[in-house]
Design a binder for this molecule. Structure first.
Ligand code: NZQ
Ligand code: ZN
Length: 394
């Protein structure tokens, strides 16, 4: 087991009706002027925004609302929010939505605490974040895990860049999680969310074998649970218990618990972010589209790990490691297909041209500079090969 620091300071307020406790939660964190961030309208339509505003009023808090965050949120929009929040004198930023909204809230929080510094300086790692404004979340979709993660992902449209910023200043002070708020999420988004949760766990699991049994058991249990309950919520999106399980998996998949002693990789995410930056596809779906090609490229170099995954997550009974690994990959891809996710890039809706494949590979390799995966070095030429292998299903 490698050395590690586990830090997950977010207060989780979980269950039915918890959105009515938001005012108290903000007060507990010392907020008095709250900047509310929400998305394209689901929180307005469901009445959630109004309920949150009522809770803030009842706690005697001033607030200003800022909507219009779109999936794959842009830095340009976050900069607009940051200006409004500064003018309002916000001392607490509250995201009501999914990863896109919460990440925008985090970006606004950094902006407000660091007047005059463009967000790009933080995301391009020119400048570290050394202070921020407190952020809280009311989660409305189980997927990105932003409610407990140290990350915030933005698209800088003018630069054709999508990428994450990791810092403990991205940790939400609290996350309000009522599974009932997720009953209205469209099925495609539910399935993309399940895929993203799986991938956050797998990006910490598929690294070279290190004896790390407790962490592996947590990861495998999480994967079995999200696979099983993912099926149930797609059959019946009003199944409270199944939704609650998936929602809790979302947070645990990305709060660091499944990397203790093992670390993380996040190479599949690099491929996915490139696809979203170029074509604006749903995050979870981009991951499903490239995963088969990624896994097929790597499993022969780490057959034991892939075989353990196959046996403990999918119940594969093959004795021989390579055969078990292959069956595990097949079952994963079959599951993506079953829940309505793409299993190749064409199923996302595009056949990339040669030029686009180059552009995608350039983005995923950070301008041909990065080496991906902990299994073996995957640089620009290999990244291009994996992308090319992901275009069409086998
Ligand atoms: O905008 P509204 O109207 O709210 O609609 C949203 C949006 O269209 C809808 N939705 C959300 N809750 C709903 C609902 N519709 C009906 N009822 C509800 N209760 O779902 C759509 C997707 O929302 P979004 O916030 O984009 O989903 P998700 O949580 O998957 O977030 C994706 C973003 O998070 C980033 C992704 O790259 C992407 O930009 N990620 C953030 C991470 C982090 N901060 O730690 C890690 C992830 O790996 C990921 O990269
Ligand atoms: Zn993700």
């Amino acid at each position: 087991m490698d050395n590690f620091i586990y830090y997950a300071p977010t207060r989780v307020i979980f269950g039915r009706g918890t959105e009515n406790e938001v005012g108290t939660a903000v007060r507990r964190e010392g907020g008095s002027r709250v900047f509310l961030v929400y998305g394209g309208g689901s929180a307005v339509k469901s009445g959630l925004l109004a309920r949150v505003e009522k809770s803030l009023k009842e706690s005697g808090l001033d607030f200003m609302s800022f909507g219009g965050v779109k999936p794959n949120p842009t830095a340009e929009h976050a900069e607009e929010g940051r200006e409004m929040a500064e003018a309002f004198g916000a001392d607490f930023i509250l995201g009501i939505g999914g990863g896109s909204v919460i990440d925008t809230a985090k970006a606004i929080a950094h902006g407000v605490a660091n007047p005059g510094i463009p967000l790009w300086e933080f995301w391009s790692k020119v400048r570290p974040v050394t202070k921020s404004t407190p952020v809280g979340a009311v989660l409305t979709i189980a997927a990105a895990g932003s409610e407990m993660s140290d990350s915030a992902v933005l698209t800088f449209e003018s630069r054709g860049f999508k990428g994450g910023l990791s810092t403990d200043f991205n940790r939400c002070r609290f996350a309000v999680m009522n599974p009932e708020l997720l009953f209205t999420v469209p099925k495609y988004q539910l399935a993309a969310g399940v895929t993203d949760i799986m991938m956050h766990t797998m990006e910490r699991y598929f690294i070279p074998e290190i004896e790390c049994d407790m962490t592996d058991e947590i990861a495998e249990g999480l994967l079995r649970s999200v696979v099983k309950n993912g099926r149930l919520i797609l059959e019946d999106p009003n199944n409270y218990n199944a939704m609650a399980e998936v929602m809790w998996c979302s947070s645990l998949s990305h709060n660091g618990i499944t990397e203790c002693g093992r670390g993380k990789d996040f190479s599949v995410h690099k491929f996915g972010h490139a696809l979203s930056a170029l074509y604006d596809y749903t995050h979870g779906a981009t991951l499903a589209a490239v995963w088969r090609s990624w896994a097929e490229y790597l499993y022969r170099d780490e057959p034991k790990r892939f075989a353990r995954y196959a046996r403990n997550v999918w119940g594969v009974t093959e004795n021989e490691d390579l055969a078990a690994a292959e069956e595990g990959i097949r079952r994963t891809v079959a599951y993506f297909r079953e829940i309505g996710m793409p299993t190749c890039i064409e199923e996302l809706g595009v056949t990339p041209t040669e030029e686009e494949l180059e552009r995608l590979s350039e983005m995923a390799s950070g301008g041909k500079k990065l080496t991906l995966t902990r299994i073996k070095p995957v640089r620009y030429p290999e990244i291009r090969e994996i992308f090319a292998g992901a275009v069409r299903k086998k």
